[in-house]
Design a binder for this molecule. Structure first.
Ligand SMILES: [Zn+2]
Length: 370
């Protein structure tokens, strides 16, 4: 299992600022060579080719050779990933970024050694034993603070037997309603900060605006991390509805949807479940609100259509069970999740791998074959 640990860097921020400029130089060089390739109809340069072209520049640039290699390889990867012939130039407005090879970063107590320098960090949590991998980088946030992101490979835990499960219905009023009738309130951090943000925006206080945005994001992440970790520890399997967050984010509900952080919450649940030996599954949400979780029927009294949106509580006309709308949905989600797991598509990494691949491949195939 590969995880990223993030530490705020305490020392040598000036050095990192300098190096970020040189990284941009290398990046822009790669982009120039790519444009040359386009202009003269030459084959596109791979990360390997770019590495060869930049070989030997380490001393002159005063940049670690591993960093130069990582920049070249990332350039080629980004180009492929975004399906672009060339990419944007990096300039003084880009957030600082200094990538490095995992093998070049060494632990030194609560600090880290890289390229002959010791970077002290706020060691907020211990870095577990494991191999530090490529993809590790120093990165700057919008406020100019530097962070060290360490990509580390950890041993996977064996999956726990499926005993206690939980179904999660994501919503806007409550962030999540669990099948055991617990509710996780939607904190609405952005809504709370809106007044202060508006005042700062009217006064054109850029630093203040950035600080408010950063605080909102930090509060939201903290809450999501805590809640998802609790769930992953407490339950053996977790089922979540596949509600389409990015689709809803384009509607008038956008602010609330993004503020709730559904997608982030699901991603956190997925990797934290793996980490604690639990299983995570996303299930089809359709009709989970309308189906009675007691008798499994679609009764006439169910909340349906636009008119049903406001109904919080309803009684099944088939079995007379009184349902809380969201808890009923969560129970249905739990049941579907359990059925999926028992049917033998249980492994999260497989599920995740497949969905991430499906996003890109079929569109290309359809175009070619039809
Ligand atoms: Zn019923």
């Amino acid at each position: 299992m590969v995880l990223v640990y993030r530490y705020r860097v305490k020392s040598l921020n000036g050095l990192l600022n300098q190096q970020a400029g040189k990284v941009n130089f290398v990046w822009n060089y790669c982009n120039d060579r790519q444009k040359d390739a386009l202009r003269f109809c030459r084959p596109w340069l791979t990360g390997f080719d770019l590495n060869k072209l930049t070989a030997g520049s380490s001393k002159e640039l005063e940049l670690h050779s591993g960093t130069i290699n990582a920049v070249c390889e990332q350039f080629a990867r980004s180009r492929a990933q975004h399906h672009r012939p060339y990419l944007r130039y990096r300039g003084c407005k880009s957030l600082g970024w200094v990538p490095l090879k995992g093998r070049d970063l060494h632990r030194a107590g609560d600090a880290f050694r890289f390229a002959g320098n010791t970077f002290r960090v706020f060691y907020s949590r211990a870095l577990p034993e494991g191999k530090i991998k490529d993809g590790t980088c120093f990165a700057q946030d919008s406020r100019g603070n530097w962070f060290l992101n360490i990509v580390i490979e950890l041993a996977e835990l064996p999956a726990r037997p499926l005993v206690h499960g939980v179904g999660i219905d994501l919503g806007l009023k409550d962030l999540a309603v669990l099948s055991n009738e617990e509710r996780i309130a939607a904190p609405g951090f952005y809504r709370k900060a809106e007044m202060a943000l508006a005042a700062a925006q009217r006064a054109h206080k850029k630093r203040r605006i950035r600080a408010i945005h950063a605080r909102t994001a930090r509060q939201r992440m903290d809450m999501l991390h805590n809640r998802s970790a609790e769930l992953a520890r407490a339950f053996d399997h977790i089922a979540v509805g596949n509600i389409n967050a990015s689709g809803l984010a384009q509607t008038s509900l956008a602010k609330s949807v993004l503020d709730a952080g559904w997608s982030t919450f699901r991603k956190m649940l997925a990797y934290k479940a793996l980490r604690h030996g639990a299983r995570y599954v996303e299930v089809d949400e359709r009709f989970t609100t309308q189906t009675c979780s007691n008798c499994g029927a679609l009764p006439d009294s169910r909340p349906k259509g636009i008119a049903g949106l406001g109904i919080r509580e309803w009684t099944c006309s088939d079995c007379d069970q009184v349902h809380d709308r969201d808890v009923n949905a969560a129970i249905n989600i739990l049941r579907r999740g359990r059925a999926t797991l028992e049917a033998g598509i249980p492994i999260l990494s497989e599920v995740m791998g497949r969905t991430s691949n499906e996003g890109s491949i079929p569109t290309v195939r359809c175009r070619h074959w039809q």
